[in-house]
Design a protein around this ligand. Structure first.
Ligand code: FEO
Length: 400
């Protein structure tokens, strides 16, 4: 199978998961890749990362087109999450002469996931010489698991950083400048919002840690999606630096579910009200917009208006699902409010407000509730409610 030269001694040998549409709840309409890299020295060859078990044959086919797997002397496990680690035993069986290394936490993770499998620990002081090229390691805990580790080839200035700088993007192209940098950056953001948002504090230190190690990568080679080279490297780093600060624009995401169209009508009127104040707004019905997309929309926006009609005294399940999803991602610095229609019993907006408070989203104004179908006058009230929320954005948050 086709491989890709990354640098003189490094070759991409990963697998392309064209059909992945769900990554533990993160909708992935563009699929993903599980990237792995061969680093060939004069004495031996290293394989950086493996893949999910169903993709091991694809990985090994690419490996075998470059080197005899039996000649591989080292396998590096940068991360023990199963999308990179599940296939490790099968790859080890095909590479019987390889020692296997991981971070100290990764050693424990490999043993726990693979029924006691023993591998060796490496850390920031270790250098493994492959002959003419060498590998260095930097544990990067909580970017995004405790075991996460970066591997660097100083001679070729290639940083193999696993999930960091990754994107869920299946493509025949291997570099951001080939697939189109704007698409790659878009997917970089979608990945950041849905995977890395809760560990932004750790992500904010990544560049400093890499600098402190004296690493000056010309190529960033993640384990999902395309690689970054040339000018794309600095642009990807700039995006990470920006997102990890938590900087937000005073704009609004409106997201809702609807039963008979009344909450949908409110969402539209509220959106129009927000826009009437010159504030940016996007509006999404959860019946048609994936959670991952809503989360990405929220990555750089401060305002979140959540709408649901009341069903059996509570919010609709898609709204509850969104709020549970957001709770795990710990969005910081957001303000919000709830809205929705009801027939014979209200209750949805109370639940939304309570859940927002649990998540740490400041509830900026009382909910807008509507019995049955809104009249023209009530839609005007909803419009004003949206405008009022827009005006409150950027105002000092009061606590009592
Ligand atoms: Fe791509 Fe955290 O696994």
């Amino acid at each position: 199978m086709r491989t890709e030269q990354v640098s003189d001694h490094i070759t991409w040998v990963g697998a392309i998961d064209w059909n992945l549409r769900d990554f533990h709840g993160f909708e992935t309409p563009r699929g993903t890749t599980y990237n792995a890299y061969l680093v060939q020295g004069e004495h031996t060859t290293a394989l950086i990362d493996t893949v999910k078990t169903p993709f091991v044959p694809e990985l090994l086919s690419r490996v075998a087109s470059v080197v005899d797997p039996a000649s591989i002397g080292l396998i590096v496990v940068n991360h023990v999450e199963p999308d990179h680690n599940m296939g490790l035993p099968d790859v080890m069986a095909a590479c019987p002469n390889a020692r296997v290394v991981a971070s100290a936490s990764g050693v424990r993770g490999v043993a726990e996931y693979h029924n006691g499998l023993v591998v060796e620990a490496v850390g920031a002081k270790d250098v493994i010489d492959l002959g003419g090229v060498s590998l260095r390691f930097l544990p990067m805990p909580m970017v995004h698991w405790p075991d996460s580790m970066f591997t660097y080839c100083a001679e070729e200035r290639v940083l193999m950083c696993n999930d960091a700088f990754g994107q869920h993007l299946a493509t025949a192209d291997r570099f951001a400048d080939e697939v189109g940098e704007s698409l790659a950056l878009d997917e970089l953001g979608r990945y950041y919002a849905n995977i890395l948002m809760p560990v932004s504090a750790q992500v904010s230190k990544v560049v400093d840690k890499v600098d402190a190690a004296g690493w000056k990568p010309l190529t960033i080679a993640p384990s999902h999606g395309v690689m970054w080279r040339g000018d794309s490297v600095s642009r990807a780093i700039e995006r990470y630096a920006h997102w990890s600060t938590g900087a937000l624009r005073d704009e609004v995401v409106i997201v809702y579910s609807t039963m008979w169209g009344s909450t949908d009508a409110l969402a539209r009127a509220i959106g129009d009200g927000v826009a009437s104040e010159g504030v940016g707004v996007v509006v999404h019905d959860l019946a048609v917009t994936p959670l991952a997309e809503v989360t990405y929309e929220l990555l750089e926006r401060r305002g979140l208006l959540v709408g649901s009609p009341t069903l059996h005294h509570g919010m609709l399940f898609r709204v509850a699902g969104l709020l549970q999803y957001l709770a795990a991602l710990h969005p910081v610095g957001r303000t919000g409010a709830a809205f929705g229609s009801f027939g014979w019993s209200s209750g949805a907006t109370d639940q939304i407000e309570a859940r927002m408070a649990d998540i740490g989203i400041e509830v900026a104004q009382p909910a807008y509730t509507q019995k049955f179908r809104p009249t023209e006058g009530e839609l005007e009230s909803a419009h004003e409610w949206g405008a009022s929320f827009a005006r409150s954005l950027g105002a000092p948050v009061t606590t009592d």
